[in-house]
Design a protein. Structure first.
Length: 316
């Protein structure tokens, strides 16, 4: 008895989902790494600007202190103040809401009616601001003409100029789209160049704001110098140190460290090198001492003035 031949077995088709998932994961990892690298580079740049302005106030070169890449990047966190954090969070939330908001329906639900109305109001306000980008650019150019008189708020001019140029490239500011063969030829000049210019202007404004913040922090340090760690120098030989608030005492020939210097505050210490300021330090005439720790010199550190006990916490 002959039967019908069995159909040839077909090998199962391997699922392509894992390969697609691997490609998606690899792409996502590449995006994260690229963004993280860009963020670290920005942090290093802002940290370097901050440290240069801070230590430049005390006549020191921040790069001569031997600060590493990680230390420079961490110092950029000084720029993250409460107003800056609030503005950044609000900007991210607004951009995310506008990007992920669903299209409006003809008959919105009762629960979503308030959210839809708020979204439309917010979008209308942003459209109005984007369409007024020429006024923002004009105002920032007027501020640039007043550059010598702006002082510590000079960063506002390039920052506003960058924001105005960037708003001009948003879809809300475009009255009509460019069609035809001319679109491909003019795309670089109409999009890439303005966006690149806006990025440079924003970085310029951020660097000026960071430098102003670093100098402001340095002024606060100089105004509250007595709260920094007190330093006592004990030396076998007399040191050529003189300045306001600095005192020297001769302990006698029998003492190994004969001379004792007080009235100093530590600014920073790097690799056995102490950068010290006298209590009477001023920006115009105050010296900054650089002391290298060695066998003929002993450095003692004490707490500075504390708010709880006032002058009783003074050492040196």
């Amino acid at each position: 008895m002959s039967g019908n031949p069995a159909p040839p077995s077909v090998p199962p088709v391997a699922s392509s989902a894992p390969a697609g998932e691997e490609r998606t994961a690899a792409g996502l990892l590449g995006i994260v790494v690229a963004q993280a690298s860009f963020l670290v580079a920005i942090m290093y740049f802002l940290g370097a600007v901050y440290m240069t302005a801070y230590y430049g106030y005390f006549r020191l070169d921040a790069f001569s202190l031997g600060l590493g890449f990680a230390e420079m990047a961490i110092q950029s966190l000084n720029v993250v103040t409460a107003p800056t954090a609030i503005v950044c969070v609000l900007a991210v939330l607004i951009a995310r809401h506008l990007a992920t908001a669903p299209a409006p329906t003809t008959q919105p639900d009762t629960d979503e009616e308030g959210q839809e109305r708020l979204r439309r109001t917010l979008e209308s306000a942003l459209r109005a601001v984007a369409r007024a980008h020429l006024y923002i650019v004009g105002s920032s150019l007027a501020l640039l003409l007043l550059w010598p008189w702006l002082g510590a708020v000079r960063w506002v001019a390039p920052l506003l100029l960058g924001v105005g140029v960037l708003l001009g490239q948003s879809p809300w500011a475009q009255s009509r789209a460019t069609d035809g063969d001319a679109a491909a030829l003019s795309r670089t000049w109409s999009r890439a160049v303005p966006v690149f210019t806006a990025g440079l202007l924003l970085m310029w404004g951020l660097s000026l704001a960071t430098g102003a913040l670093g100098e402001q922090e340095a002024r606060q340090t100089a105004a509250n110098l007595d709260r920094h760690p007190a330093v006592v120098l004990l030396s076998t030989d007399r040191l050529s140190l003189a300045g306001p608030g600095l005192e020297v005492k001769d302990l006698g020939a029998k003492a190994h460290y004969r001379y004792r210097y007080t009235g100093l505050r530590r600014l920073i210490e790097r690799n056995g090198r102490y950068y010290l300021l006298p209590l009477g330090w001023t920006y115009r005439t105050g010296p900054t001492y650089v002391i290298q720790d060695g066998g003929d010199l002993r450095i003692e550190l004490f707490p500075g003035t504390q708010e709880e006990c006032g002058a009783w916490c003074m050492e040196g």
